[in-house]
Design a protein around this ligand. Sequence first.
Ligand SMILES: [Zn+2]
Length: 252
Amino acid sequence: MVIIFVALFGACIGSFLNVCIFRLPRGESLVWPGSRCTSCDRGLSWFENLPVLSWVVLRGRCRTCQAPVSWTYPIVEILTALTLVSAYELYGLTLLGGVRALFACALIVLFVTDLQHKILPNVITVPGIAVGVLCSFFLPPGWRDSLLGILVGGGTLFAIGETYYRLRGQEGLGMGDVKLLGMIGAFLGWKLVLLTLVLASFAGSLVGGALIVSGRGDMKYALPFGTFLAVGALVAAIWGTPIVDWYFGFYG
Ligand SMILES: [Zn+2]
């Protein structure tokens, strides 16, 4: 019963994340005006605003202008529901579970905005770093680990970006990526931020390799690194601790 409630709640949160994904890169208000068709600007009634269900029933089209409604809307809602259910199963109704769920929601927004607009909005990453540090005073990973995480995460990426810039004379990594990895370090600590970097690089190579093999190698450069960082951090936030324990138990 509780799982169903968490899933439904997650889908509604996902619906709000969709609003953030659409409006933040455009600098629009998140609360006003209410949801409307992005094509004909007609305000949506409540039954057109139900997570996932409305999209399926209306077959992904606006009732008035027939403009297609992106499939990212239901995907984000389902992904958020699944994330909140996983967080609940692993952490229960605890403060840590809530903080990890909030962090995961921010990552979902960053993943899509980087994919669609190639930006990681400062309004998420900069306060994100502060919230991560604040929470670390009374939650894992603890404030020392959190500060070290910002330094290791942001610092490593900044060094890689600088080296790349010096060698190639063009920007390979943006400051948005550096701030994102700083935020990940603040929430997860230095061990999990390193795990995030490893996972993101691995996922990046896999996807890049698959695109080259399928003859779409030019697409490789169309995929921003921030999307891979967000996916890596989502995995690290939920399953990272068991992975790190296993690793250090094995070699340490
Ligand atoms: Zn419309």
